[in-house]
Write a protein that binds this ligand. Structure first.
Ligand code: DSN
Length: 425
């Protein structure tokens, strides 16, 4: 068969783009070569609806072993008693949690998207906001989760589920406080740790598992695995709403979640991706991943300091994790223009609404900056000043095409010290 040069040329161009640029999208990372190699393998050919030992197809004995290995490793990573590794993405994982816990129209409480939350935490454009009754809490003027507002809404509205977790929030969470109010009203606490999961895995941030009934994550952000989702329970429990199986036995939360993933919301699992998840979980269990997580936090703090020194306004004033949110209003540039201009210099990040933003989500007043990917490339605290200097130069000269083209060349030569996938030639 002839090689499909059309597709592989595009893939090689994307490899070049990744090699030459400074990747600051907070939700992105670079997997190991082994993780990628596992993804491009023969389990992609296999149908395996169901779960290990309980499949709807023959020939599943080896993919059963793959999936069990991924589950066992993930349980070790987060010290959990149960895990489901089949969700195709974080959004799919969250859809399954909703399906397991909520009936259409029931109330839940999550962080507002415009305050750093996620689409699946109740955006009107998403299944979560369309199917269920979404209520929101926000952040205070200081940019910290408004726990008092969360508690007041929880007591007044009595939602069935409270979601904690965010996609643009630079501070740690007080899971214990959220659990306390949830216990008062009989709500389930669901933590979506997609962003900081890799830091939580190594004990570098507060542990949600003892306080949150259900935890979901993606596997491709700070966990540095393939694109995908996971759901975990440290402690299984009998559902408090009396949901029963066809024989009239009460269902446990793990049973409800398994059913909600398959057959509830997905068909055949992607066993090649599950194999890659297993490889990534193995890497996280290694000693070196702790140093990676510590370096992520050190780099984020160095970058935050450098930005503040140059007069940038960081929401909440800094960061505890891998990202920061910058309000650009004092710099007279919108988030949209900043993203587009930085892109021209091979510095990739995303525009982001800041809390109490006066601009539309398509324009925004802010940008989100994350360091997991550049930390994987090998950058240390001392490199953050250089990266911030590039950003500042571009944003302060956003209409100077020639200068931006010069920065692009400087970025390309700077990135040569941080090789990416040299084995790929
Ligand atoms: N798209 C992800 C992010 O960038 O945070 C969330 O799903």
């Amino acid at each position: 068969m002839q090689k499909d040069t059309q597709v592989f040329d595009l893939i090689n161009r994307e490899l070049d783009r990744q090699r030459h640029g400074i990747e600051l999208i907070a939700s992105e990372n670079f997997t190991s070569l082994q993780v990628m190699q596992a993804m491009g393998t023969v389990p992609t050919n296999k149908y395996a609806e169901g779960y290990p030992g309980k499949r709807y197809y023959g020939g599943c004995e080896i993919v059963d072993e793959i999936e069990n290995l991924a589950i066992d490793r993930l349980k070790k990573v987060f010290n959990c008693s149960w895990a489901n590794v089949q969700p195709h993405s974080g959004a799919s994982a969250n859809a399954a949690v909703f399906l397991a816990v909520m009936k259409p129209g029931e109330k839940f409480l999550g962080l507002d998207l415009s305050m750093g939350g996620h689409l699946t935490h109740g955006s009107p454009a998403n299944f979560s906001g369309k199917t269920y009754h979404a209520l929101h809490y926000g952040v205070t003027a200081d940019g910290i989760v408004d726990y008092e507002q969360l508690e007041a809404k929880a007591r007044a509205e009595k939602p069935k589920m409270i979601i904690c977790g965010a996609s643009a929030y630079s501070r740690d969470w007080d899971y214990q406080r959220i659990r306390a109010v949830a216990d008062e009203i009989g709500a389930v606490v669901f933590a979506d740790i997609a962003h900081p999961a890799g830091l939580i895995a190594k004990g570098l941030l507060n542990d949600p598992f003892d306080h949150c009934h259900i935890v979901s994550s993606t596997t491709h952000k700070t966990l540095r695995g393939p694109r995908g989702g996971i759901i975990m329970l440290r402690h299984d429990f009998e559902n408090p709403w009396g949901y029963k199986d066809p024989k009239g036995n009460p269902r446990t939360m793990s049973q409800l979640l398994d059913l909600a993933v398959f057959p509830g919301s997905q068909g055949g699992p992607l066993e090649h991706v599950i194999a890659a998840k297993a490889v990534a979980f193995g890497e996280i269990l290694e000693e070196g991943f702790t140093a990676y997580g510590q370096q992520v936090i050190a780099n984020a703090q160095a970058m935050a300091k450098s930005l503040v020194n140059r007069g940038y306004n960081l929401i909440s004033g800094g960061t505890d994790n891998h990202l920061m949110l910058i309000d650009l209003r004092n710099k007279n540039i919108t988030g949209k223009k900043a993203q587009e201009t930085l892109d021209k210099a091979h510095i990739t990040l995303n525009k982001n609404a800041v809390p109490f933003d006066d601009k539309s989500p398509f324009v925004t007043s802010g940008i989100r900056v994350g360091v997991p990917a550049i930390t994987t490339r090998g950058m240390k605290e001392s490199h953050m000043e250089t990266v911030v200097a590039f950003i500042d130069k571009v944003l302060m000269n956003a209409d100077d095409e020639q200068l931006i083209s010069g920065v692009k060349q400087e970025v390309k030569s700077f990135m040569q010290q941080f090789p990416l996938y040299p084995e790929l030639g």
